[in-house]
Ligand binder design. Structure first.
Ligand SMILES: Cc1cc2nc3c(=O)[nH]c(=O)nc-3n(C[C@H](O)[C@H](O)[C@H](O)COP(=O)(O)OP(=O)(O)OC[C@H]3O[C@@H](n4cnc5c(N)ncnc54)[C@H](O)[C@@H]3O)c2cc1C
Length: 427
């Protein structure tokens, strides 16, 4: 696998850096990500089945061979690589842990490893798949009727239909529980009005799950199908993170949705949180994948790049930094394997997932910043992939609840005090 340059390519056309100057003047190509042996320091692989190892390897190979060589120019142009969707579909991973309806029914660890590998390769791709599988499909799987699952999930599992998840609004991010979009029942349909913001995949999705407040004041989920009049999604420009993901500002003006598209088992906002818990678990794996990319690249580069007559890897300070990265990754992987077991056993809770998301994302940001520094000037070039990951991790830090919000969820759990809403002065 070769690192790539940011020059323009057309979709479908790979770029290689055959003519690139080597960083050492030694004819060696820019470093690439390493193998699993680099990061699996406590031999967690031994806990996996052959099937799990094979699937992980399949996803890793896909990311290394099909995505990494082409993704940087898309990232620069802030375009989504549609050419990769049919290839992604062939991996048969859409739907992650969902069973039946053509979905792969993975265990929590298996799904996590798949997400880790997607994220290690590219956070825009893992995010696109996360929105499609962990948010949109999971909403339907957890909260839809049998008829709705039969209708929506099989084409989504085949990735013939893509999903989006519209919860956040311009005025309500962390306090999205106060969302203002309305769904008024009118005969056998609902009429939706309001605005959504930051909604990934929304410019091209076939099914957008819109969360709106019904006549009874409770939040419901509505599957808005592509082409429904009154639905307008405008891409948010100027993003410095996840540039391939098409995040949209959505306007809903008298959008009429058949009653059959209201997710049958949503009663209140609390049901939304069931989806968010499942997807936050996936986002935690994404952060580990990003951290792995940072560490592997820094290690490969340090072995290759010479200064003062020696490879960087020979210097004590570099070894210290690499060891710290590996300790963090090992810590995260051990935590996440245990969290996956808790999820298997039904012992999961939002605070437990929040702790993971908060901790891993913070560590991944630190590792990527350190890796970027260890690549010197090359660290800011897209060619070496770290710059893209470093920018992208900023969005992972924010979506699915910011670092602060995760801490507030954990803080409320361990202290018993709800610090989300401070008292106004004088009250
Ligand atoms: C790239 C990207 C993709 C996204 N994709 C989707 C999507 O597909 N679907 C979707 O529905 N949403 C999506 N989101 C929205 C995302 O979930 C929100 O951005 C996130 O919840 C934070 O909301 P906000 O941006 O409005 O920030 P705000 O809520 O305005 O927060 C701003 C700052 O205030 C802090 N803060 C907020 N409340 C408190 C408090 N009580 N105490 C202390 N500090 C506080 C926050 O931690 C943060 O630092 C996406 C966002 C991004 C950036």
């Amino acid at each position: 696998m070769k690192a790539t340059h940011g020059e323009d390519v057309h979709p479908g056309q790979s770029v290689s850096n055959g003519a690139a100057p080597s960083p050492n003047g030694s004819g060696v190509e820019p470093p690439v990500l390493g193998g699993p042996e680099h990061t699996d320091y406590y031999l967690l692989d031994k806990l996996l089945t052959d099937e799990q190892r094979a699937l992980r390897q399949k996803v890793r190979a896909f990311m290394d061979q099909e995505v990494t060589p082409v993704i940087n120019p898309y990232w620069e142009r802030a375009e989504f690589p549609f050419e990769l969707v049919p290839k992604l579909a062939q991996l048969d991973i859409a739907g992650f842990q969902i069973s039946g309806y053509g979905c792969p029914g993975m265990s929590n660890v298996t799904a996590g490893l798949v997400i880790l590998e997607l994220a290690r390769g590219d956070l825009s791709m893992s995010t696109m798949m996360g929105v499609h599988s962990a948010l949109a499909m999971t909403s339907i799987a957890l909260l839809g009727s049998e008829e709705q699952k039969q209708r929506f999930l099989p084409p989504m599992a085949r990735m013939e239909k893509l999903g989006a998840f519209g919860l956040t609004e311009p005025a309500h991010g962390s306090d999205v529980v106060k969302l203002e979009t309305t769904a008024h029942q009118d005969g056998d349909s609902y009429v939706i009005n309001g605005h959504k913001r930051w909604i990934g995949n929304a410019t091209f999705a076939d099914y957008v799950i819109i969360w709106a407040r019904g006549d009874d004041g409770h939040v419901g989920g509505y599957v808005v199908e592509k082409g429904t009049p009154g639905f307008a999604a405008e891409v948010i420009r100027g993003k410095t993170a996840l540039r391939c993901v098409q995040n949209a500002q959505i306007s809903l003006t008298d959008v009429r949705v058949p009653a059959a598209n209201r997710l049958a088992n949503v009663k209140t906002f609390r049901d939304t949180e069931k989806v968010l818990l499942a997807s936050r678990f996936c986002v935690a794996w994404e952060s580990i994948g990003a951290a792995v990319a940072g560490y592997e690249t820094a290690l490969a580069y340090a072995k290759q790049r010479k200064q003062f007559g020696m490879p960087l890897a020979a210097f004590q300070l570099i070894q210290y930094r690499l060891s710290r990265m590996l300790a963090d990754i090992t810590d995260m992987l051990c935590m996440q394997y245990r969290l996956s077991q808790l999820l298997d056993e039904g012992e999961i809770s939002m605070p437990r997932v929040a702790l993971a998301k908060m901790h891993y994302t913070e560590r991944a940001r630190a590792i990527l910043a350190d890796a970027r520094d260890m690549l010197g000037g090359n660290g800011i070039l897209l060619d070496y992939h770290i710059a893209r990951h470093l920018c992208d991790i900023e969005a992972i830090d924010t979506y699915e609840g910011t670092d602060t919000v995760q801490a507030l969820i954990v803080g409320r759990d361990i202290t018993g005090f709800n610090a989300f809403v401070p008292a106004m002065p004088g009250r």
